[in-house]
Design a protein around this ligand. Structure first.
Ligand SMILES: *Cc1c(COP(=O)(O)O)cnc(C)c1O
Length: 372
């Protein structure tokens, strides 16, 4: 058994090769590289898929977060609450805009931000919460929304890892991740669940005014060419990426199912390994398994990683250093984060993609069991 990859984008491409090649060629033949008809139709496709009022495409998932924050009329020093256990992009844009990131610890079972901890750090300067739907499972949005309405805060969902996941409210209502808060953002980085063949991102909202403002911000603060009402940025999804995404969006639900099936096999094969904790699936959210992340409880996570790597099995640590420990955020590290401090030495993400087969998962889990 060799050639197990963390992510297999080539294998996925092989199955949609004809359609993707044709879509890309069409962009080239029309030379409609920027803002071509493919961008417009992808926005429409994604809007229908997510069942929301507005989709705005942009250059990447980091820009999406930045543009969302820029649209909210915030002032320097305003506080934005987010998870400490996430990718740097989530918090980087907060400090870039001279706002203050306030970090909150995560739940040890589902790796998502803890509502009870959010409430403890809310101050008169708090303006927004950015929950991250980490690894493909939604943060507890119902609790977060009720805090947001109690304290009059915006909610920006970082949906970079969870596009396609459904959130189920206590009354049975379902909504797609990214369409629950004030604004949702996502990334189409190639290895994300809906990835393009380069960089890309998008922003979702049901608010007409915010949609109009964010569309302007993406386009140099302009509605009418050479007329600039506000200061914006240049951030757009190019037509080739939009063309690829429209093809891939049709398979997103089956991609999510393939990931969830692989995850269920991993969890079944690792069921009786007492020093391993497999992912917990919360009742209120689908898990679209952007990552399949174990907790290694015996203190030997790094040795296990090496053991796997010696037998040609890749694995990754997301994330080895929570944001409150990053040098870039030295100025913002108030508070204690015992769960994240604990998780950083336990988490291990196994190969996860749409082309994984049972044989590989069997081999990977047996290799884990043979460790010690
Ligand atoms: C990937 C990712 C981003 C950033 O997306 P880019 O397209 O790489 O800018 C932001 N937040 C999270 C949680 C991510 O996983």
């Amino acid at each position: 058994m060799n050639d197990i990859q963390m992510v297999d984008l080539k294998g996925q491409y092989r199955k949609i090769e004809g359609e993707v090649d044709k879509a890309i060629k069409e962009v080239i033949l029309n030379s409609s590289f920027i803002n071509g008809p493919q961008v417009k139709s992808f926005k429409e496709d994604l809007k229908n898929y997510l069942n929301c009022n507005h989709v705005i495409t942009c250059g990447n998932g980091t820009d999406a977060l930045q543009i969302a924050l820029m649209a909210l009329n915030l002032n320097p020093g305003d506080e934005i609450i987010t998870s400490t256990f996430t990718f740097i992009a989530t918090a980087e844009v907060i400090s870039l805009l001279k706002l203050k990131p306030v970090f909150v610890d995560v739940d040890t079972n589902n790796f998502n931000i803890l509502p009870a901890e959010i409430e403890k750090v809310i101050s008169p300067k708090t303006k927004a919460i950015i929950p991250v739907h980490l690894y493909g499972q939604c943060a507890p949005m119902e609790e977060i929304l009720s805090l947001a309405s109690k304290y009059n805060l915006h909610v920006i969902e970082d949906t970079a890892q969870a596009i396609g996941a459904n959130y189920t409210f206590k009354d049975g209502t379902k909504k797609k991740a990214g369409t629950i808060g004030t604004i949702g953002t996502t990334s189409f980085f190639p290895s994300k669940n809906l990835g393009c063949y380069g960089d890309g991102g998008a922003i979702f909202t049901n608010d007409d005014q915010l949609a109009e403002k964010m569309t302007m911000i993406c386009n140099h603060g302009s509605r009418i060419k050479y007329n600039h009402e506000i200061v914006g940025v240049n951030s757009r999804l190019d037509s080739i990426q939009a063309a690829v995404l429209s093809v891939k969006l049709k398979s997103l639900d089956s991609y999510s199912e393939a990931r969830a099936y692989s995850a269920s096999l991993y969890s079944k094969f690792l069921e009786n390994v007492e020093w391993i904790e497999t992912p917990v699936i919360e009742g209120y959210s689908d898990h679209v398994f952007h990552q399949y992340t174990l907790k290694v409880l015996n203190g030997d996570r790094d040795k296990l990683k090496k053991h796997l790597s010696d037998l040609n099995i890749p694995s990754m640590i997301y994330y080895p250093k929570p944001l409150h420990k990053q040098e870039a955020f030295t100025a913002f590290k108030s508070g204690t984060f015992p769960n994240s401090d604990d998780l950083e030495s336990k988490v291990l993400s196994l190969p996860m993609h749409t082309e994984l087969n049972e044989e590989s998962i069997y081999y990977i889990t047996n290799t884990i069991k043979s460790f010690k």
